[in-house]
Design a protein around this ligand. Sequence first.
Ligand code: HEC
Ligand SMILES: [Cu+2]
Length: 338
Amino acid sequence: MRNWKNAWRLLPLSFLVFIMTGCGEANLTALDPKGPQAQWIYDNMMLSLFVMIFVAAFVFAIFFIILIKFRRKPGDDAYPKQVHGSTTLEIIWTAIPILLLAVLAVPTITGTFMMADTEPEGENSVHIKVTGHQFWWQFDYEDEGFTAGQDVYIPVGEKVTFELHSNDVIHAFWVPALAGKVDNVPGVTNHLWMVAEEPGIYKGKCTELCGPEHALMDFKVVALDRPEYDAWVEGMQAKAEDNSEVVAHEGYAVFENNGCIGCHAIGGMGTAAGPALTNFGERTVVAGYLENTDENLEAWIRDPESLKQGNNMPSFPQISDEDMTALIAFLRSLNVQE
Ligand code: HEC
Ligand SMILES: [Cu+2]
C-alpha cells in the first residue's frame, strides 16, 4: 500500500470539515432548537443518528471479526465448509430492522400529527398570513389590520399560526431554530405553527430555489414578550389609522414624487408590490441582507439591480443628493417602537 504514505495530505481536508461544521450563525441553526417543533425535529434527528450509529457499529464489528478470525492462514489450503441458509439468522436479521423501524415510527407518527395541528390556541392567538415574493416576504396581520415586510414579530411562548402563500413561484418558509419548513406554493394555502420559547431574533431563509437571488431571500422572526409585542401591534395600528405624522416629514415629498408609495405601504397608504416600510427604521438590514447604513440604503435606492439581480424594484439614479438625504432621513424616521 504505497499510497498510504501520502495519506497525511488529507489532513487539511479533515481540518476543513471540522471548521466548516462550526460554521453558521447563532439562531440560524436546527442544532440549537428554541421552540417545541424545532426541538422535536432535533430529537428525532438524534434518535435516527443513534440508531444508524448502532447499526453501523454492529455491522462493522461483525465484519472485522470475521475478516480477522476466518482469514486464510499460511499453509491452509483446505476448501472451507460450505453452508447454505440459516433460519435462525434470517429471523434475527429480519426482526432487528423491524424493531428499529418501529422505534423510529412511533415518534415520527406522533410528531407528524403534532406538527400538523395548526389550529390556533386561545382567543388572542396570533395568526399571520405569509406571502413569498421574488425575493422578499410579506406578513399580513389581518386580524390586527396591518401589513409588515421582511421582519415578522411574534409574542414569546405562544403558539403562532401561519398561513403560507406565494405571489409568484414556489418559495419555502424556514426558521431553523423554531420550526420545520413548509413550502409557499402559488394558488395553495399551506399552514405552519411555531412557538418561540425565548425572546430574541431568529433568522429565517427561503429554502426553495426561486430565482437568481433566492439565497438573499432572508427574513427575521422577532420574538417579543407579550407586553412589548402588544405595544408593537399598537404602534403599527396607530400608523395604519393616522398618517399625518408620516406625511408631515419633509422627506415624504421625495418618497411620494418618485412613486415609491406606489409599491411600498406605510401605515394605511401604498400597496404591497414591495415590502411595507411602516417600521423600516427598526430594520437591521436592507433588502434582507445589506447592513442598514445610509451608504447601503442610498446604493440600494439608486441601483437595486446591482445588489439583488432580478428583483422588482426600479432604480432611481435621478434623485438629487439633497433629495436623497431627505429621503433617507424620512426612511429612518419610520418607527413604531420607542
Ligand atoms: C415598482 C415597485 C417599486 C417602486 C416604485 C419602489 N420600490 Fe422599493 N422595493 C420594491 C421591491 C419589490 C423591493 C424588494 C426587493 C427585494 O428585496 O427583492 C423593494 C425594496 C425596497 C427597500 C428595502 C426594504 C427592506 O426592508 O428590505 C427599500 C428601503 C425601498 N425599496 C425603498 C424604495 C424607495 C425609497 C423608492 C422610491 C424612490 C422605492 N423603493 C420604489 C419595489 C419598488
Ligand atoms: Cu424564495
